[in-house]
Design a binder for this molecule. Structure first.
Ligand code: PLP
Length: 360
């Protein structure tokens, strides 16, 4: 059977990319060695690195006054990286809490400052939602604002584009980067772990406006100091070279698909298909308000949770993998990042309807 992997991350990669990586694995570009065995300082790898950065910049239309950093440490690394680099002489920053990952960022930030937490979680007609941006009460003395536009676990998204005047907006795009066009100029810093829409785990991308460099705390470890990374082209220490190379292949694949505008379209189709099957059934439910529904991570519950185990067993047998919801919310979750084709979501919805007919 054709397998579709709905894992929230590390997640499915484009089959075409994996095939190419496999072909090149032992003999990269005729060198007789793998790309993961060569020096990051040699001209061969530098070319891989530069091309990946260029393609990433093209895809997101990143203005030239922004640096792109290829880092270690994951999304959680940047929960520390943001305050350590951007607090400057301030002692507070605004943190919007709309879900699990935003709250986790607050927890880490508390080691470095006293965050002003803006609780943006609301319930509308019994559905989970997020306060619109115009209702976020920013404080006067905050170094920056931080929020998470796509809550991977909660299945909640903030689709608005920030417009807060001079306030420095930072955002955790770990689970939605490259899934839709993005106006980078609205942000001071954006970061994303690679393992969902970019490539393998171990690589984290940071996009930071260059006038924000040079403010890191003295205690900031050099390996997450944006200025040090920038001055060393993300090679202050040995970067995750294989992940960087693979991310580069994914960027080329994305360009071939028509870039992020094309992905946005198909991602909307995929999400609409899955939500419509959930909404037109009493057997399945999703409790997120339509305006805040994620297009990447779609949690759903079975009306009878006693059937959860059977649903997971049968879906797995049908080639639909990793549908178990996160342990903190239970139920099911389908993560449908860029690499998930529309056919994968069709296979899932066909299975769901069939399961409902048989067990409903
Ligand atoms: N932020 C978001 C939105 C995530 O989905 C995750 C992980 O799933 C993280 C942060 C943490 O990332 P990492 O495990 O790379 O530290």
């Amino acid at each position: 059977t054709q397998v579709y992997n709905f894992s929230s991350g590390p997640a499915m990669l484009p089959a075409e990319v994996l095939k190419l990586a496999q072909q090149e694995l032992c003999d990269w570009h005729g060198l007789g060695t793998s790309v993961m065995e060569i020096s990051h300082r040699g001209k061969e790898f530098i070319q891989v690195a530069e091309e990946a950065e260029k393609d990433f910049r093209d895809l997101l239309n990143i203005p030239s006054n922004y640096k792109v950093l290829f880092c270690h440490g994951g999304g959680r690394g940047q929960f520390a990286g943001i305050p350590l680099n951007l607090l400057g002489d301030k002692t507070t920053a605004d943190y919007v809490d709309a879900g699990y990952w935003a709250a986790s960022a607050v927890k880490e930030a508390k080691k470095y400052c006293t965050p002003n937490v803006i609780d943006a979680k609301v319930t509308i007609d019994g559905l989970r939602a997020v306060k619109p941006m115009r209702e976020w009460q920013l404080s006067d003395n905050a170094a920056y604002l931080h929020y998470c536009p796509n809550e991977t676990i909660d299945g909640i998204a903030i689709h608005e584009t920030p417009d807060f005047g001079d306030a420095i907006v930072t955002a955790d795009f770990s689970s939605s980067i490259l899934s839709h066009p993005l106006d980078v100029s609205r942000y001071g810093a954006i970061y994303a772990g690679a393992q969902k829409n970019i490539g393998p785990a171990g690589l984290t991308l940071v996009i930071v406006r260059d006038d924000l460099l040079g403010k890191a705390q003295t205690a900031c470890p050099s390996i997450i100091d944006y200025t040090v990374l920038s001055e060393n082209d993300s090679m202050f220490n040995t970067p995750p070279t294989f992940a960087w190379y693979l991310a580069g292949l994914v960027f080329k694949w994305l360009k071939k698909q028509g870039g992020v505008a094309a992905m946005d379209k198909i991602n909307q189709q995929k999400a609409e298909l899955l939500y419509s099957i959930i909404d037109h059934s009493d057997f399945y439910r999703n409790d997120v308000a339509p305006a805040n529904r994620s297009r990447m991570n779609i949690p759903f519950q079975l009306a009878d949770s006693a059937l959860d185990k059977l649903f997971l067993e049968e879906s797995f047998a049908a080639g639909l993998h990793a549908l178990k919801g996160h342990r903190v919310v239970g139920g099911m979750r389908a993560s449908i990042y860029n690499a998930m084709p529309l056919e994968g979501v069709k296979a899932l919805t066909d299975f769901m309807q069939d399961f409902e007919r048989r067990r409903g």
